[in-house]
Structure formats: structure tokens, C-alpha cells
Design a protein around this ligand. Structure first.
Ligand SMILES: [Zn+2]
Length: 213
């Protein structure tokens, strides 16, 4: 990796083994590369540009998340905004995220999005690649797409409330729908998603919504 290294945790526990078989498909790689505007120079030098099927590397692990974000609704071809977020989340993310870039990060941040500047972008860090499971990474893409849409946090890195309708709420909603109705996945992945949703509910709202999923 460019200037950072990481230990790869269990590929089974993270879901990368499960999804890795699916993303290793040239038409899918080409499609995802295009719609999320990946650039070679942001993903080479160890991040996986030369090896998109290698689930030990950041690019394939991000492609796994994009697959999960795109195909987890039973009728995934229905991306209507009248349906739930599990249906339209992928559509929203790819139409609002300007470009996805791999970076080392500082070891604590998961991802960051710059918006309202001349060239918007979303950076994904080592925590995202190696300390989050596939559906959790998908949830982060939803979170960042809400920022790319122009909605920041209103209390530091926290959202003031559920009613604020910010990135944390959107992430919880996607994870909850995935946990309840997600397909082309496993029971273990759905459990991880529910746990992450509950962690967010307990942690990232100034006024906790008062329910769990
Ligand atoms: Zn955020």
C-alpha cells in the first residue's frame, strides 16, 4: 500500500469471501468503476487497481460493498424512490457521490466526503477497508452519499436528532432494511448490520431516538 499497511481479518467473518465470488466479473467491475468514477491513480500502488478480484485489497473490498448496496433487495431492478432505501440506496449513492478514492487515513476515521467545492470526492480509509464488514461498508457509502447531497452533521460528528434526517439516520435506515429483508447475503451479515445500526443509534445522535432495531 502506498504508505500504509493493514492486517487482513477473517475473510469469512467480514463477508468478503461470500461477495468476492460475485464481484470477480469484468462487466460488474467496469460498471462499478464507471458509475462511482474511480480513477486509476487513486487506487493503484497497493490499493488494488491492478487486481480487482483480490479481496485482500481495498478495491475488491469496496466492490463487494457496491455489490451489496446494489443487489440486496429481492427485486433489485426496482430502484424507485417510492420504495424503501434498500431499493433506492444504490441509485442515490452512485448519483450523488462524485468519486471514490482510497486513502490510508489516520487510523480512526472511516471515510470523509468533501462537497460544495470545485471537485467533490469521497475518501475511504483503512478502517473502512479492514475494520468493517461488507454490509457495514455499504452503509457507509449511504452515509457519505448523504454528505455528498449537501447534508453535513450539525453537532460535530453527531447529528442532533433523528428528525434532522442526516447521514446517521440514513445509514441506520439502510442497515435496518438490509437486516430485515436483505437477500443474496447471509444471516450473519444481517446480524452484523442490525448490531451496527443499534450502535449508531446509541452513539451518534445528541438526542438518541429511543428505539433499537
Ligand atoms: Zn458523516
Amino acid at each position: 500500500m502506498a504508505s500504509c499497511t493493514a492486517t487482513v481479518p477473517s475473510l469469512v467473518a467480514s463477508g468478503d469471501q461470500l461477495y468476492g465470488q460475485r464481484i470477480c466479473n469484468q462487466p460488474f467491475v467496469n460498471w462499478a468503476w464507471d458509475v462511482f468514477d474511480f480513477d486509476w491513480g487513486d487506487w493503484d500502488h497497493g490499493f488494488g487497481a491492478e487486481d480487482p478480484c483480490n479481496i485482500n485489497l481495498p478495491l475488491a473490498r469496496t466492490l463487494n460493498a457496491i455489490y451489496c448496496l446494489t443487489y440486496s433487495a429481492e427485486d433489485y431492478r426496482n430502484e424507485s424512490y417510492d420504495a424503501d432505501i434498500l431499493h433506492w440506496g444504490g441509485r442515490f449513492a452512485r448519483s450523488h457521490i462524485d468519486e471514490l478514492d482510497a486513502r490510508c487515513g489516520d487510523g480512526s476515521k472511516v471515510a470523509a466526503t468533501a462537497w460544495g467545492v470545485w471537485d467533490n470526492y469521497t475518501d475511504l480509509y483503512l478502517v473502512y477497508f479492514y475494520q468493517r464488514s461488507v454490509p457495514e461498508r455499504a452503509g457507509t457509502l449511504i452515509h457519505e452519499s448523504r454528505h455528498a447531497d449537501g447534508k453535513g452533521h450539525d453537532k460535530g460528528n453527531l447529528d442532533s436528532s433523528w428528525e434532522y434526517n442526516g447521514a446517521w439516520r440514513w445509514q441506520v435506515c439502510w442497515l435496518s432494511w438490509f437486516a430485515a429483508t436483505g437477500v443474496r447475503t447471509s444471516a450473519a451479515m444481517r446480524t452484523i448490520a442490525r448490531q451496527r445500526a443499534n450502535t449508531i443509534l446509541a452513539t451518534w445522535f445528541v438526542k438518541p431516538p429511543g428505539f433499537t432495531v
